[in-house]
Write a protein that binds this ligand. Structure first.
Ligand code: ABF
Length: 233
């Protein structure tokens, strides 16, 4: 296993060991780092006979839960979670996150908002002073398809930068989210900092379903470091 994968693994294992308790309801995020968290959860369920209900944040997370024979729940039955564990694309020094590189931001944010504790697991490449310092793919914004051009132009006019529709791999058409929407990726100009205000303004634009800006939602971030240690923020 290379240093990046090892870093994801140590962060995920530490988060699961610290935050998952018996008789709890846990949100399961999306991406590659969460896979290690699920592996650790499976180990603990077997070793400690833990009773844990898992709430998915995406089709991928649902498959992960089912394939690992964990207990699958949903927000209708469990609207209050003890904890949600998820990855991130970037974390700044104020605990602002960019999420949604994998396209699952909407359900991730809904599940995180229902959790008493929202915990982020990430490798060292996600650790930034300011958003945009490490992550170069922009801020994902999930939009209703008919509104995408209007929102694209409004964001560019209001804040600058470039807003692109996320295209499927073969570029045959736009990526469609688990919720039937498009994703815009906003390559924002440097120098922006008032993310709380910007997030509120963009969220208010008709047709915007959700942004990939997670502002001060995370209680704790575990960064796996290249030397095998875990840095906590
Ligand atoms: C999800 O997966 C996202 O919000 C984020 O885009 C991504 C992180 O993936 P990885 O763990 O593969 O870096 O949590």
């Amino acid at each position: 296993m290379g240093p990046l994968e090892s870093a994801k693994k140590v962060a995920a294992y530490k988060a699961v060991d610290e935050f998952v308790k018996n008789d709890s309801v846990i949100g399961i995020g999306s991406g590659s780092t969460i896979i290690y968290a699920v592996h650790r959860l499976v180990e603990r369920v077997k070793e400690e006979n833990l009773n844990v209900v898992c709430i998915p944040t995406s089709f991928q997370a649902r498959q992960l839960i089912l394939n690992n024979h964990l207990i699958l729940g949903d927000l209708e039955t469990y609207p209050k979670l003890d904890c949600a564990i998820d990855g991130a694309d970037e974390v700044d020094s104020d605990m602002n996150l960019i999420k949604g590189g994998g396209g699952c931001l909407l359900q991730e944010k809904i599940v995180a908002s229902c959790a008493n504790q929202f915990i982020i697991i990430a490798d060292y490449t996600k650790n930034s002073q300011q958003l945009g310092e490490q992550y170069k793919k922009g801020i994902p914004i999930e939009v209703v398809p008919m509104a995408y051009t209007a929102i694209q132009k409004r964001i560019e006019d209001n804040y600058g930068g470039l807003v692109q529709v996320r295209m499927a791999l073969a570029k045959a058409g736009p990526v469609i989210t688990d919720n039937g929407n498009f994703i815009l990726d906003w390559h924002f100009p440097s120098g922006l900092s008032n993310w709380n205000k910007i997030n509120t303004e963009i969220s208010m634009m008709p047709g915007v379903v959700e942004t990939g800006l997670f502002i001060k939602m995370a209680k704790k971030v575990f960064f796996g470091m290249p030397d095998g240690s875990v840095k906590e923020q």
